[in-house]
Write a protein that binds this ligand. Structure first.
Ligand code: DC
Length: 242
C-alpha cells in the first residue's frame, strides 16, 4: 500500500515589496498547498489594538492585551481571509494607520509569542487559528510567508526562501499597489518602507533575518512569473518523485 507523502512546509521570508505575497500565493496555488500570510496576522492584532483604544506606543499595554483578540486566518491561496473576533478584517488591516503601527506592535514579545503559536498550529494542520473548512480539506502542505518563518517559527521547514530586491524596485512595487504613481508618492513610500524594514530588522524579538540554510532570490530584475517558477522548481527538487 502506498502512503501519502508527508506534507511539505515552505517558508518564504523577506522585507516588504519583494513580491512575497504574490509569489507565495501563486506557488501554493500551483502546487496545491495551503497559504498563510503571517503579516496579515500582525496587522490584525494591530488593528484590534487601535480599535480598542490600546496605546500602541506603550509596549506594556500592548503586551497586556496580546492574548485578547481571536484571530482566524483562511489558508486558501485563492481567497485569503482574516477574521478578528468574528469580524472580517481583510480591508481594515491594509490602512495606512495600521501599516504605520504594525512594526511597534509586532516588536512586543508577548505579541510574537501569541502569533507564533497560532502560526505553528496552522502549519501543523490543527484547527486553532484557522478556518475549520480549511482543516477539513485535504492538503499536501503549506506555504508560510513572513519575516521570521525560516529562522524562528518553522526552523525545520522543508524549503526556506529569502526574497530580496533593491529599495527602488520595492518602493516602485509598493507604490504601484497603493496606486500612487508620482515621484512624491514614490519617495514617501520608499522612506516609509525603509523605516519599517529598519524597525523589523533591528528589533530584539525575532528580527527579519535570512536563515543560514535559506535560498536567497534577488527579484529586482525578475518578473513575478520568473520568481514563481524558480520557487516551484526549488520545492519540486526537494520533494521525492511520485
Ligand atoms: O508583510 P506585511 O507588510 O503585511 O507585514 C506587516 C508587518 O508585520 C511587518 O512590518 C512586520 C510584521 N511581521 C513580523 O514581524 N513577522 C512576520 N512573520 C510577518 C510580519
Amino acid at each position: 500500500m502506498q502512503t501519502a507523502p508527508a506534507p511539505v512546509i515552505v517558508a518564504i521570508d523577506g522585507p516588504s515589496g519583494t513580491g512575497k505575497s504574490s509569489t507565495s500565493k501563486a506557488v501554493a496555488a500551483e502546487l496545491g498547498l495551503r497559504y498563510l500570510d503571517t503579516g496579515a496576522q500582525y496587522r490584525a492584532i494591530t488593528w484590534w489594538m487601535l480599535s480598542n483604544g490600546i496605546d500602541v506606543a506603550d509596549p506594556t499595554a500592548v503586551a497586556a492585551a496580546a492574548g485578547k483578540p481571536v484571530i482566524v486566518s483562511g489558508t486558501d491561496p485563492a481567497r485569503s481571509t482574516i477574521m478578528v473576533d468574528g469580524a472580517d478584517a481583510a480591508g481594515p488591516i491594509r490602512t495606512q494607520e495600521v501599516t504605520a503601527a504594525v512594526s511597534a506592535v509586532s516588536a512586543v514579545a508577548e505579541v510574537r509569542g501569541r502569533i507564533t503559536e497560532l502560526q505553528r498550529s496552522i502549519a501543523a494542520g490543527t484547527a486553532e487559528g484557522t478556518d475549520p473548512a480549511d482543516v477539513a480539506a485535504p492538503s499536501r502542505g503549506i506555504v508560510v510567508e513572513g519575516r521570521d518563518i525560516g529562522t524562528t517559527v518553522l526552523p525545520d521547514a522543508d524549503l526556506k526562501v529569502f526574497l530580496t530586491a533593491s529599495p527602488e524596485a520595492r518602493a516602485a512595487r509598493r507604490s504601484g499597489e497603493l496606486r500612487g504613481k508620482d515621484s512624491a508618492d514614490l519617495a514617501t513610500t520608499r522612506a516609509a518602507l525603509l523605516k519599517r524594514d529598519a524597525a523589523d530588522s533591528g528589533r530584539k524579538a525575532s528580527p527579519l533575518k535570512k536563515a543560514d540554510d535559506a535560498v536567497e532570490v534577488d527579484t529586482t530584475e525578475l518578473t513575478l512569473e520568473q520568481v514563481v517558477e524558480c520557487v516551484v522548481t526549488l520545492v519540486r527538487e526537494q520533494q521525492p518523485a511520485g
